[in-house]
Design a protein around this ligand. Structure first.
Ligand code: ZN
Length: 299
């Protein structure tokens, strides 16, 4: 397919540090993308040349019991486009037919190319944490791709969404995007107790996140961008009957459901758009941590 727009993810920064080391060079990164089908391979039945599509970056075998049971995230062959396979940060990319969904009409290319990986991750996190209408969600680290998507999805689920950030401007932006309140925090306690806390920073925010849980609360994590080793107070965990839930990516069904939400108005927050030629500048923008929402490349 010809890529019209793609987005950057923290994974691109990890990859640049050799985490994981690519199997061979050259390696084209890029997990997210949207564009137009340019050539159709042999045996493809779902797509025609000219179709406008969005990439689902999850790879799985499609034949094992996990895949057939719609648990593709547990497939032994599971992988991510742009990490384990060549990705979307190029003029064109080869994608399996199961890895495409129809681009929701009304979405810009930039939005369509930006919601995939982080949106899918956030959607599965909130499902695994069983967030329901009327509950309170605390999103730690407003502005990150997963955090921004989680805030929007949480609101869509009918939850009262709160956020934290070290940056007052990001707190303001979070409330503009519908958070009830956002707290400027240096990792200390926040004045809210939540049914679900969503954290992807890891060690710098772990104390804040665990202390913000209500009895029976669920802390869901998808990463440790600031450090992966944390301390767990078991007394607090069992006496308050709390849960710590790990989550990564999502299934093909979850991607379809997420696309349904985006097609019906779930906002996709785009921070900045760069030309593909400005890729190094876009990476610097992501590395700075100053972004709110997705850093996008226009191809
Ligand atoms: Zn499989």
């Amino acid at each position: 397919m010809d890529v019209a727009a793609s987005a950057l993810n923290h994974l691109d920064l990890w990859l640049r540090q050799g985490l994981p080391k690519p199997k061979a060079f050259p390696m084209v990164p890029g997990c997210d993308g949207a564009g137009t089908v340019a050539v159709v391979g042999e045996g493809v039945t779902r797509w025609q040349v000219g179709d406008e599509v969005v990439i689902n970056p999850s790879f799985a075998c499609g034949r094992c019991s996990e895949c057939l049971g719609d648990r593709s995230v547990f497939c032994a062959k599971w992988g991510i486009m742009g990490e384990h396979y060549w990705g979307s940060h190029g003029e064109a990319v080869t994608v399996g037919e199961a890895n495409l969904v129809r681009k929701p009409p009304g979405l810009s290319w930039e939005e369509a190319g930006a919601y995939g990986l982080c949106g899918l991750t956030a959607y599965r996190m909130l499902r695994r944490a069983r967030l329901s209408a009327g509950e309170t969600l605390l999103v730690v680290g407003a502005g990150g791709g997963v955090a921004t998507a989680a805030s929007a999805i949480g609101q869509r689920f009918g939850a009262r969404v709160f956020a934290t950030s070290r940056d007052p401007a990001k707190c303001l932006r979070a409330t503009e995007l519908g958070a009830v309140e956002a707290f400027v925090s240096q990792g200390g306690p926040v004045p809210v107790k939540a049914d679900v806390v969503l954290d992807s920073a890891g060690s710098p925010t772990w104390s804040l996140s665990t202390r913000a849980l209500k009895p029976g609360g669920r802390l869901v994590t998808c990463g440790g961008t600031g450090g992966v080793t944390v301390e767990v107070n078991l007394a607090r965990l069992f006496l308050s009957q709390q849960e710590v839930i790990g989550s990564t990516m999502g299934t093909f069904t979850e991607f379809d459901e997420l696309t349904g939400l985006v097609a019906t108005g779930l906002p996709v927050v785009v921070d900045t758009v760069y030309d593909l030629d400005d890729y190094p500048t876009a990476l610097k923008r992501l590395e700075s941590g100053a972004q709110f929402g997705k850093v996008v490349l226009r191809h």
